[in-house]
Design a protein around this ligand. Structure first.
Ligand code: ADP
Ligand code: MG
Length: 701
């Protein structure tokens, strides 16, 4: 130590502006890296729990902080056993006397005799067999649930403390293999890290709007003492989201104003021929949408329009109109679908319509053999292929359009801004986004900012709403009986196989297996075909043709029939294990029937109600109650939280978790004002970057 001294550090300007690495961390400085740690870093999370968490998008420690509770438990009274009244929800504090278990079908029922000073009651749990070992006689437990004629049905319990059974305990989106208890327990570990989430709002802005600190908001969200506290927390987090969203939109809008497009002249003979080739007249909504996009195409700013309408509302006809506008001008048009299967289905539809007009349609997907792929790419590059249908492979770098003028992006929630802007490089094409998952206009305007919206609200022809029934699987034979009766009357049907999370290959195998089973049993007397994502285009085309020609009575299918299949005589659909499907997906599936004048039926078969998650029950109820896509979209908002709505993904901005649009109109306005007033993005820049880059990477995976 002698003679040597640590070098004196001279301040280099203001503290913090360019602090050297060596300075000690100030106490309470946020450490975001702790939230970036993999979720396995938490106690009680091994590889298997981590995998289950990963399946619902919880991968990093911080993800737990940002998961919004679906709701909070109601406050309920604490009761002595002798005071339990009717079937009111209550909390009891009791001691276990004895415990036993039994099975009823697939349901495992655990029963404990529990007592307090005033009496004894039989408490029951469903499907938690491992709990038996922990409910030793003499154990103190706190139970929340309802008294019924058999005893006390437990909804949550605490063996220690009162976290689970507390009033306003958060209720997270649990799944079959991820219990509410686990989700709550993990939360208690991460709440201590709430400060590591940082505070990106400038203090003046935050206090100006009377918003709490972000860390406090997170704690309030996950451990509120009352609903108003939870709401204050949510409100603050929603503000951040909206602010970041507005900043991101400002960036992309600025980029768009720097591009320009070639205007197209008015529609001419080809479009007239197209109209007269259609076997029907366009609905007023379709006419209006066409008028709107004709307006866009005549301008030198690129079209940036969303065409939304329910399943079966006739979007394809309008989309093809837009594509043909480019073709008529001798320029190129592309239709992009999110998956290979969808691209192929679109190709078949478009090809059929274009055949009559003498227009060649090219298909480009990555399943083409290398030689064919190259050949199509060359046609695209030389400008000889005018109308191209494909997946997002279309905008990969090696695909080089000579003169791309109009692009239609179907189901574009699976495409990000990045891909759109990749398309828009150089001379920007006119872009029409098309979605069958309608989103409320307010949401569309929020997430897209400056996007124009055309809506098809009235369905073509006078179709009867599909009758939907929810049938538990013990009674599945009823569904098949009804199916058989309708088939004998000459109708056709779809049977949709369960959505198991497996590869396309094993899903295909399962569908084939199910087809064999149905051929041998329920559907012996009928012609049954099987479509899945592993069929080659020619095979699928052949099957569909045979189904259309009534040579097949039933199509057993994976979700590949979700979009694009159009057979008016198919009036029944059975969806197996319907509880596994999302609401939007069920709605899409149901859209395959009810396309003609006959009454159609959709039969949703699921496991028994009491084995389903709360949100699965809500989804199936919603399907039975309404056929209206907008209504279902709103329900989906409620069930899943706004952010996970497919619609929100549509912009690529998938992160709206806390915003409740109907409730947050004023907040939206404030966030817009704040975004305009901010001189620079400051600490929010990182979050804006992340949002924009998430959006850019969507669909690349
Ligand atoms: P979407 O893509 O919106 O689900 P489609 O464009 O596939 O709907 O149209 C659904 C069905 O309605 C198709 O069979 C289509 O030919 C038919 N269709 C479209 N427009 C009309 C119309 N104006 N009148 C009658 N049928 C129509
Ligand atoms: Mg369609």
């Amino acid at each position: 130590m002698k003679g040597t001294r640590a070098p004196v550090r001279l301040p280099t300007g203001f503290a913090g502006a360019d602090a050297p690495d060596g300075w000690p961390r100030l106490p309470r400085t946020p450490r975001p890296e702790r939230l970036d740690a993999p979720i396995e870093a938490l106690p009680g999370v091994g590889p298997s729990v981590a995998r289950r968490l990963g399946k619902v998008g919880l991968e990093r420690v911080g993800d737990l902080l940002w998961q919004r509770p679906r709701r909070y438990e109601q406050p309920v009274p604490s009761r002595r056993i002798c005071d339990l009244f009717g079937d009111e929800e209550a909390v009891i504090e009791v001691v276990v006397r004895s415990v036993s278990s039994r099975r009823r079908g697939r349901l495992k029922i655990l029963t404990a005799r529990v007592a307090d000073d005033t009496g004894e009651i039989k408490a029951t749990w469903f499907n938690q067999p491992w709990l038996e070992k922990r409910l030793l006689p003499g154990t103190q437990v706190r139970l929340r649930g309802r008294a019924n004629k058999f005893g006390f049905a437990v909804s949550s319990y605490d063996l220690d403390g009162e976290a689970e059974t507390a009033d306003y305990a958060p209720v997270y989106p649990a799944s079959e293999d991820l219990s509410q208890k686990k989700l709550r327990e993990l939360r208690s570990h991460v709440l201590g890290l709430a400060r590591d989430a940082g505070e990106p709002l400038p203090a003046g802005l935050r206090t100006g709007y009377g918003l709490p600190l972000r860390a406090d908001a997170l704690v309030a969200l996950h451990r509120p003492r009352g609903l108003d506290e939870a709401e204050t927390g949510r409100h603050r987090l929603a503000f951040d989201e909206l602010l970041v969203l507005r900043l991101a939109l400002a960036r992309t809008a600025a980029a768009r104003t720097r591009t320009s497009a070639q205007p197209l002249g008015p529609p001419g003979e080809l479009l007239a021929a197209y109209r007269s080739a259609l076997p029907f007249t366009l609905t007023p909504d379709q006419e209006r949408a066409i008028e709107e996009l004709d307006g866009d195409l005549g301008r030198s700013t690129p079209m940036h329009r969303l065409l939304q309408g329910d399943v079966g509302s006739g979007k394809t006809v309008v989309a093809l109109y837009a594509l043909l506008r480019a073709v008529e001008a001798g320029r190129q048009a592309a239709l992009m679908a999110p998956t290979e299967t969808l691209a192929e289905q679109h190709f078949l539809t478009v090809e059929e319509l274009c055949g009559e007009l003498g227009i060649r349609v090219s298909l480009l997907t990555s399943s083409l053999r290398a030689r064919e792929h190259k050949a199509v790419r060359q046609l695209i590059a030389s400008g000889d292929a005018l109308l191209v249908v494909g997946t997002h492979a279309l905008i990969q770098e090696e695909v080089d359009f000579r003169d791309l003028s109009v692009v239609v992006v179907d189901e574009q929630h699976r495409f990000g801004v990045g891909q759109r802007s990749a398309l828009a490089e150089g001379r920007a094409p006119h872009v029409l986004h098309m979605t069958a998952t309608p989103i409320p206009r307010t949401l569309a305007l929020t997430v897209y900012g400056d996007l124009d919206v055309s809506e098809l609200t009235v369905l073509p022809a006078n179709r009867k709403p599909v009758i939907t029934r929810w049938i538990p699987e013990e009674r599945a034979s009823e569904a098949y009986r009804r199916l058989t009766r309708l088939l004998r009357e000459g109708r056709q049907a779809y049977v949709v196989c369960p959505l198991i999370e497996q590869s396309e290959t094993s899903r295909a195998r399962a569908a084939e297996h199910e087809t064999e089973r149905l051929r041998a049993h329920e559907l012996r007397e009928f012609g049954v075909g099987c479509v899945h994502g592993k069929l080659r285009t020619a095979e699928r085309r052949d099957l569909m043709a045979r189904f259309k020609a009534c040579e097949l009575d039933v199509l057993v299918a994976t979700t590949v029939i979700e979009v694009g299949v159009d057979v008016a005589n198919a009036t029944v659909m059975i969806v197996q294990e319907a509880d596994r499907f999302g609401l939007a997906q069920l709605h899409q599936l149901r859209g395959r029937v009810g396309r003609g004048a006959e009454q159609s039926y959709c039969l949703l078969v699921s496991r028994p109600r009491e084995e389903l998650t709360e949100s699965a029950v809500e989804r199936l109820d919603a399907m039975v109650e309404t056929t209206d896509g907008f209504e279902l979209a709103e329900r989906d908002l409620e069930i899943r939280g706004e952010g996970q709505l497919l619609g929100a993904r549509q912009s690529g901005f998938s992160d709206l978790r806390f915003v409740r649009l109907r409730r947050d109109q004023a907040l939206l306005e404030r966030a817009r004002e704040a975004a305009d007033a901010l001189e620079e993005e400051g600490l929010l820049a990182d979050e804006v970057d992340r949002l924009v880059s998430d959006a850019e990477h969507l669909g690349e995976s």
